[in-house]
Design a protein around this ligand. Structure first.
Ligand SMILES: Nc1ncnc2c1ncn2[C@@H]1O[C@H](COP(=O)(O)OP(=O)(O)OP(=O)(O)O)[C@@H](O)[C@H]1O
Length: 323
């Protein structure tokens, strides 16, 4: 049995509203890899997870999980996976311990076996103290940790986590990160995680695919992706659009074709070392009497990466159209 995920030309169109949620997506996750699907709201992350975990059917393409086809052999796939979705069906009247024992019973544990497993898992997700309280009274962070414990009951070979830390405070987020790293490194569990947080993908994943509008727009190790976008972002505004256009041309021609994109009334420039390069850029503009209105130096956010990647796609599309 292997912990691989192989996805080829996967598509999902929801009849309702004719929404193309996933468009021709292909990727591989290796056995034991920690893989992150990074994207904004509505990008198609949950839909992909639901297809891979056999909860809904794709409308096109193929996916193999743990060596089995998700459409032809869903029950075999389910045997090897653990799933923590954004909305889980836990009974608020049960205690955390009861819920884990119930899950263990469903997986065929004996009564005693289920108790032992519940103790182990409550320890792992640090819920011992709240184990005998009703789930209805748990905080969001406690619910997420319980969700994680429930997915671990059968020691899955592949773990699917759909935005496991959204809305959590930093200490709960750290606790979940720590456990996920341990599962991946010590148990060799393959992890497929979706997130909206660049920082989360960066900190946990061996490899990241960025998904936007149902399409994968970039894939690589965190280092490769960052190298692709530059470490720092210099955002400049000017007194007029005319000056902004001249500044873009000037900076590109006077440097070695610097990575500058005009977007939303700003000139965004992606560089490796902002503090060093900023002075040089201001000097060039100054020499040509172009006055900068405001300037801001920051690390690119997920939004900046999307803006950059999607605007590049647009430019490429226009280029190939013109050819
Ligand atoms: N059951 C459904 N019927 C119709 N459209 C749907 C359905 N489920 C999702 N969609 C649409 O498909 C697109 C992708 O949604 P999806 O939930 O996969 O995105 P996501 O990346 O997981 O976003 P989020 O971070 O908000 O969960 C969205 O436009 C969404 O509105």
């Amino acid at each position: 049995m292997n912990g691989r995920i192989e996805v080829r030309n996967l598509s999902k169109t929801f009849k309702k509203g004719n929404v193309k949620a996933v468009k021709d997506v292909s990727f591989d996750v290796k056995d034991g890899e920690f893989f992150a699907f990074l994207g904004p709201n509505g990008a198609g992350k949950s839909t992909t997870v639901q297809i891979l975990t056999t909860l809904i059917n794709a409308t096109g393409g193929k996916a193999m999980v743990a060596g089995h086809d998700v459409i032809k052999e869903p029950e075999k796939v389910r045997k090897y996976i653990g799933v923590a979705l954004q909305e889980t069906g836990v009974d608020p009247d049960l205690t955390g311990r009861e819920m884990i024992e119930l899950q263990a019973n469903i997986f065929g544990f004996s009564k005693q076996g289920a108790k032992t497993r519940a103790d182990e898992l409550l320890g792992i997700v640090q819920l011992e103290e709240s184990a005998d309280r009703r789930i209805g009274n748990y905080s969001g962070g406690m619910r997420r940790r319980l969700d994680l414990a429930l997915t671990l009951v059968n020691e899955p070979k592949i773990l699917f986590l759909d935005e496991p830390t959204t809305g959590l405070d930093p200490s709960n987020r750290m606790a979940i990160w720590k456990e996920l790293r341990r599962l991946n490194q010590e148990n060799g569990t393959t992890i497929f995680l979706t997130t909206q947080y660049l920082e989360e993908a960066d900190s946990l994943a061996n490899r990241i695919s960025i998904i936007n509008n149902g399409e994968i727009v970039a894939t690589g190790t965190p280092k490769e992706l960052k190298a692709q976008i530059g470490n720092d972002l210099i955002a400049m505004t000017f007194h007029s659009e005319e000056e902004e256009k001249i500044a873009e041309q000037l900076l590109k021609s006077e440097t070695n074709d610097i990575d500058a994109i005009r977007q939303n009334g700003k000139l965004n420039i992606y560089v490796d070392d902002g503090t060093k390069q900023l002075l040089e850029l201001i000097r060039i503009l100054d020499q040509h009497q172009i006055e900068v209105d405001t300037v801001n130096l920051s690390s690119p956010t997920l939004d900046d990466i999307f803006l950059k990647i999607t605007s590049e796609q647009k430019v490429e599309g226009e280029r190939s159209y013109g050819e």
